[in-house]
Design a protein around this ligand. Structure first.
Ligand code: 6GU
Length: 250
């Protein structure tokens, strides 16, 4: 997969992409991440990327010309057929909330172009005529779309074939299954007088499985009850949750 990121601050990406799993994925050739400075697509002496907004109001707006030129330059290296399927993603607080389903969809593409929004926003003609997906990573405001682009890229890269060791560590993890992850423990079996739950040391895989499922259900109910309506729940799961005061919808 090729990920092209258009940003005013390409240096911000060096840290997160230069370490750990993303770095390994790049080194292995599972992903090719290319950073493009939007300022390189300006032609005036001051390399202007923003301007005042029509209609007044404070706050600068990202100009359309460098963004169109940047995206078009990237697209010039992509065949016609693939161009039609290339996603051009804008990171902005006005975007659709990113979730694992969207991440999985992005991970199936051959090319992603991510435009990092800034200032008060980007000229609406960019959104109308260039962007295929407008994405936010949560209901809070960041100083720019770079951190969101990093989060999105990281989540996509870990799904690419061969990047995370075992396929089940990707499919069985939190959220993918529709529930939050159960608690996990490692050695020592007792630390400062706090013991690891006995069931986990029992060697009884049936009981361990049930313990994990129940803890995942319990935790999801406490922290993210909204996830339960979409999770695949068995009759036993529902009975367990009802014992904790949960009520089925509808
Ligand atoms: Cl994508 N951009 C900004 N500026 N703030 C955000 C965001 C994006 N997602 C959540 N907050």
């Amino acid at each position: 997969m090729q990920v092209h990121i258009l940003t005013l601050f390409p240096e911000m990406f060096q840290g997160p992409f230069g370490e750990s799993i993303v770095k390994r994925a790049v080194d292995k050739g599972a992903v090719d991440i290319q950073l493009h400075n939007i300022r390189d697509y300006t032609h005036d002496r001051h390399r202007t990327v923003d301007d005042y907004q029509f209609g007044g109001d404070s706050g600068m707006v990202m100009k359309p010309e460098p963004i169109f030129e940047g995206v078009e330059t990237i697209l010039a290296g992509i065949t016609q057929l693939e161009m039609a399927t290339t996603r051009v993603i804008l990171t902005s607080p006005q975007g659709k909330l990113l979730d694992q389903k969207m991440v999985e969809e992005f991970a199936r593409q051959r090319y992603l172009i991510i435009l990092c929004g800034h200032y008060e926003g980007v000229d609406e003609r960019v959104r109308e005529h260039l962007i295929t997906d407008d994405v936010s990573i949560g209901d809070y405001v960041l100083t720019g779309g770079e951190l969101a682009a990093m989060a999105l890229t990281d989540a996509v890269v870990r799904l690419l074939p061969g990047v995370v060791g075992k396929p089940e560590s990707v499919t069985r993890d939190s959220i993918t299954s529709g529930l939050l992850q159960h608690p996990v423990y490692t050695r020592p079996a007792e630390y400062q007088g706090w013991a690891v739950p006995e069931t986990l040391l029992s060697g009884n895989h049936g009981e361990i499985g049930r313990w994990r499922r129940e803890r995942a259900l319990e935790r999801t109910l406490r922290q993210r009850p909204d996830l339960l309506s979409k999770a695949a729940l068995s009759v036993e799961d529902e009975e367990f949750l009802e014992g904790l005061g949960w009520k089925r919808e509808g």
